[in-house]
Design a protein around this ligand. Structure first.
Ligand code: F3S
Length: 392
């Protein structure tokens, strides 16, 4: 870092000074102003370099024409660190719904990001698809489920960025040092003793939901009743539900996640019982009269790894009820099985997509997807993955 300038309270590299002055164009200037403004708000002592960025705010359904105008106004600056994109409303129903303007708009958004050097993987699980940070690396990620996974499971350090602040970090290569970039802010704040270790990703998601609702914005340290080996999907499900229902961007599991045992245990300690999770499930899950009410199944929220996608594709058979599976852009995968009942949401997800009006009742194993589907007025039934895949 060099000297402080009139543009900031702290020292700037020569490159950041050029960005601040506008010499490098409007995109870099806006990006610098944004991270500099955040640094002031959060009283950061300095800007720190980031190793990677994950950008949200990609779906035309969410950012629309104004989002396109904003991206155009940046005049194609280039990202300075590896940067990946969240799911878009790319597939699969746009054509069936004849949403031509939306197709054009979505294509334009992807193109504008691509011209900036952003990898258009279109996934909320970039850590499975070429953007996997290492322990203690500073990153600037925006997708909430990915933020929790990176912080909790990988031990990387990121605040929950907004779409614009993540893009600003990608263009400058820096983020303000505050929040979860500082070790002290990563301490667990409540100890949660589990009566029973969750048995599948749905139960881990219910635990995240229960914790989020009862301990908002509080970093939990979980103590399973037996030594546990949660799968990648279990950990994804826990984190995604935790941040969606309660806002906490980090969790620890004793003897499991990388930072769990480096801090003293919090004094505040609570128990989470089997009944607590059953009550939560009854509260948020629609209870259909019969399974015949369910007209669609959705899996893959957050997006699965390639290995898990293969496993689910192999379990699917032609007798299953219509099923959608979220995952990255098709370009990142090999062949996707085609079956009349199977819909691959490539580079997309059910929360940011346009849906066929016939989809009124959905079964899913994702407690995060349940939140978004309920908010869209869709009746949502929470079932474990095996039951979802056996619905006929
Ligand atoms: Fe990913 Fe969409 Fe779920 S962005 S976490 S699949 S709601």
């Amino acid at each position: 870092m060099n000297k402080a300038t009139k543009d900031s309270n702290f020292a700037l590299t020569p490159l950041l000074q050029e960005m601040a002055s506008g010499k490098l164009g409007p995109g870099y200037k806006k990006a610098f102003q944004l991270i500099n403004g955040l640094a002031r708000v959060y009283k950061s002592r300095r800007l720190i370099p980031v190793n990677s960025v994950q950008i949200s705010g990609v779906s035309y359904k969410n950012i629309g024409k104004m989002g396109i105008e904003f991206l155009k106004s940046l005049a194609s600056p280039q990202v300075r660190v590896p940067t990946t994109l969240n799911p878009a409303c790319y597939e699969p129903f746009l054509q069936k719904l004849h949403l031509d303007e939306e197709i054009r708009g979505q294509n334009e958004i992807i193109k504008l990001y691509s011209e900036m050097g952003v990898q258009t993987s279109l996934t909320c699980a970039p850590y499975f698809y070429g953007n996997k940070p290492e322990y203690s690396q500073h990153i600037a990620w925006a997708e909430s489920s990915a933020v929790v996974y990176a912080n909790s499971v990988l031990g990387a350090r990121t605040n929950r960025e907004g779409g614009p602040s993540a893009l600003a970090a990608a263009l400058t290569g820096f983020t303000p040092e505050y929040g979860l970039h500082l070790t002290d802010n990563r301490r667990p704040q409540v100890k949660i003793i589990l009566e029973k270790t969750p048995a599948n990703s749905l139960e881990w998601g219910l635990l995240g939901c229960w914790t989020g609702i009862n301990h908002k914005n509080t970093i939990p340290l979980f103590f399973p009743e037996s030594s546990s080996s949660p799968t990648e999907e279990d950990l994804q499900s826990l984190g995604a539900a935790l941040i969606t229902w309660g806002g906490a961007p980090l969790f620890h599991i004793s003897q499991t996640t990388p930072e769990a045992d480096i801090f003293p245990e919090p004094e505040n300690s609570v128990n989470c019982t089997i009944e607590d999770l059953e009550i939560i499930q009854r509260q948020i899950s629609y209870q259909p009269q019969t399974k015949d009410e369910i007209d669609f199944v959705y899996l893959g929220c957050p997006h699965y790894s390639i290995a898990k996608l293969d496993e689910v594709f192999n379990k699917f058979n032609a007798q299953n009820i219509k099923t959608g599976i979220g995952g990255p852009h098709q370009n990142l995968l090999g062949e996707i099985p085609s079956s009349s009942g199977l819909t691959y949401f490539g580079g997309s997800c059910i929360a940011v997509s346009y849906l066929l009006p016939a989809i009124r009742t959905v079964a899913t194993n994702s407690v995060k997807a349940c939140f978004y589907l309920m908010n869209r007025g869709i009746k949502t039934v929470l079932l474990p993955e095996d039951e979802c895949l056996n619905l006929k």
